[in-house]
Design a protein around this ligand. Structure first.
Ligand SMILES: [Zn+2]
Ligand SMILES: [Zn+2]
Ligand SMILES: [Zn+2]
Ligand SMILES: [Zn+2]
Ligand SMILES: [Zn+2]
Length: 467
């Protein structure tokens, strides 16, 4: 086995020319203050969901507020607060429903009704004014442009955000001029050192983390670059298909073999999904879950959101619902930014695939209180890299409310395990209060083959989803 001794960061030769799968990687500097440019293989750039990609810009460390920031008013995670900060509407602008006598004023928390001086959510404002409708944002208008409903401003704010993200994406450094193609950290433990490099993508692994006793002589392929059924890489003049739900890859022939075994006369083909269970999960999410508001007790509700692009399976045709979901995604992201420190290492940005994230939100009266991000790798495994609660609602059982809701949804999807990364200080509380436990050998193996997010400062723990 050939092993390169020079630090790979200074190497400019392409990985293929090196003809070695085993290279010495520099141990990542944990105190790095700058952010390395995101490196994404060029061919993947257009397919990355920006919302999801950007969400990965956090570490699991909670943000420490500078002392003077405490004096500032705590951010409200509401539609109006977002629209005001994006510069789309101004505070105190008059807003009305149907006829102009029913006026209110825009406040960060909601609508200040001018007849009773109470702050109300958009839906409650309409009820208060005797307007019955199921699309509240389409039924309130801003005083200075009477033909446009609030929905128009929400769409405008979302488009502005999307445009900015695309502009940012275009300055991303590609692998051709990047100083180092490979990740600096192991995909399993997120630490540096001597790492095995995949022949196909930019991920790297410790030999021990992969449980590989002898480093292979020739090319070595990581778990994402091989077929999920036969563990072989793509054949010559052929490529691996990509399952839209679990994101695992597979040979068409291997998929056909499995399918023929299961096929009964009435069943329909499931491609491009790798397995029937993946198609079922995706169908359930699209049909019954994404964008659907679920009422809880005491006026709380929870919703599962997903970044929707044209042509995606999760695309919601109804414009009111779609705009509402997009706006809430934007607000949920702001809440995450408030709660977590920006990520300080580049490893998570270099991962080969950022698609497939879902966002669960807990709400009360138009305000988002808790947020969690989820990725469903199939029925065996779901990961939840982030969960955060708005500052004003911490230590009030909100995290528990959202966790219970997520768990019941995962139960409906027939998911078996939920994994989370936890900082060492919080592990005991996850274990005692939420029933998590340390990973056993079979879970470790399961995680090894999935593209989960790892952080330097955290440990992965898991929880069995009880039926
Ligand atoms: Zn009133
Ligand atoms: Zn490792
Ligand atoms: Zn690979
Ligand atoms: Zn195969
Ligand atoms: Zn699949």
């Amino acid at each position: 086995m050939k092993q390169s001794n020079n630090c790979s960061r200074s190497s400019t030769t392409s990985p293929r020319e090196k003809n070695s799968t085993f290279r010495k990687k520099r141990k990542p500097d944990r105190n790095i203050k700058y952010r390395k440019p995101y490196i994404i293989p060029r061919e993947n750039q257009s397919s990355i969901a920006i919302e999801d990609f950007e969400k990965l810009g956090f570490s699991t460390r909670r943000r420490q507020r500078p002392k003077n920031e405490f004096k500032k008013k705590i951010m409200k995670a509401t539609i109006f607060s977002w629209l005001i900060d994006v510069g789309i509407v101004q505070e105190d602008v008059k807003i009305f429903s149907m006829d102009e006598k029913n006026k209110g004023k825009i406040k960060r928390d909601g609508i200040l009704c001018l007849c009773c001086n109470k702050i109300l959510s958009v839906a409650n404002f309409l009820v208060h004014k005797g307007v019955i409708c199921d699309k509240p944002y389409e039924n309130v208008y801003l005083a200075y442009k009477k033909d446009f409903s609030l929905l128009y401003y929400m769409t405008k704010a979302w488009n502005k955000l999307e445009e900015r993200k695309w502009r940012k994406m275009n300055v991303i450094e590609t692998k051709d001029n990047a100083s180092d193609f490979y990740d600096d950290a192991c995909m399993i433990c997120a630490d540096g050192g001597i790492l095995m490099c995949c022949e196909e993508c930019n991920s790297t692994y410790h030999q021990v983390c992969m449980g590989v006793e002898d480093v292979p002589e020739g090319s070595w392929y990581c778990p994402y670059c091989v077929c999920k059924f036969c563990a072989e890489p793509a054949h010559e003049n052929d490529w691996l298909l990509d399952c839209p739900q679990c994101r695992k890859r597979y040979h068409w022939e291997c998929h056909q073999m499995i399918e023929q075994r299961n096929l009964d006369l009435n069943s329909i083909p499931i491609a491009p999904f790798c397995l029937r269970s993946c198609k079922e999960v995706c169908d359930k999410l699209a049909r019954n879950m994404v964008g659907k508001r679920n009422e809880l007790d005491e006026g709380y509700s929870w919703t599962l959101l997903h970044h929707m692009e044209d042509g995606s399976r999760m695309f919601i045709e109804d414009k009111h619902l779609r705009t509402m979901c997009n706006s809430k995604l934007a607000i949920a992201r702001r809440l995450m930014e408030e709660c977590f420190e920006p990520i300080q290492d580049s490893a998570n940005f270099n991962r080969i695939d950022f698609k497939g994230f879902y966002t669960a939100i807990l709400e009360k009266d138009d305000e988002i209180i808790s947020v969690a991000s989820l990725r469903i790798h199939g029925t065996k495994l779901v990961e939840m890299p982030f969960i955060a609660t708005s500052e004003a609602y911490r230590c009030k059982g909100m995290c528990r409310k959202l966790m219970d809701a997520i768990e019941s949804a995962l139960c409906d999807l027939n998911v078996e395990n939920l994994i989370i990364p936890s900082i060492p200080e919080r592990i005991e509380s996850w274990i005692e209060r939420y029933g998590f436990c340390h990973l056993d050998e079979s879970m470790k193996k399961e995680i090894m083959v999935h593209n989960t997010l790892m952080f330097h400062d955290s440990i992965i723990i898991s929880r069995w989803i009880i039926k």
